[in-house]
Design a protein. Structure first.
Length: 85
């Protein structure tokens, strides 16, 4: 099912996966009224915009399918945050 979009937005793709152990869904859209027309938005609240379509898909995929290095970096950041409290 496609998300509810603004009148000027066009659906480009959806990626399902997870990060930080939680399910995540990223929706990529195009809106020619923005300076950078391609953007993806995640259910976790993260989003990024890009000038071309070729930049959207790899980053959206990696956000929902993090590499081992990404997971290790996220784990270390969480450990450092809790150690400082």
């Amino acid at each position: 099912m496609k998300p509810q979009l603004e009148e000027t937005e066009f659906w480009v793709g959806t990626f399902h996966g997870s990060h930080d152990g939680l399910p995540a869904k990223v929706t990529a859209t195009r809106d020619d009224t923005r300076p950078e027309p391609y953007v993806w938005t995640c259910t976790c609240g993260a989003s990024r915009s890009f000038p071309t379509e070729h930049d959207v898909f790899p980053t959206a995929w990696r956000h929902t399918h993090p590499t081992r290095f990404d997971r290790l970096r996220s784990w270390a950041a969480r450990r450092l945050r809790t150690a400082r409290r």
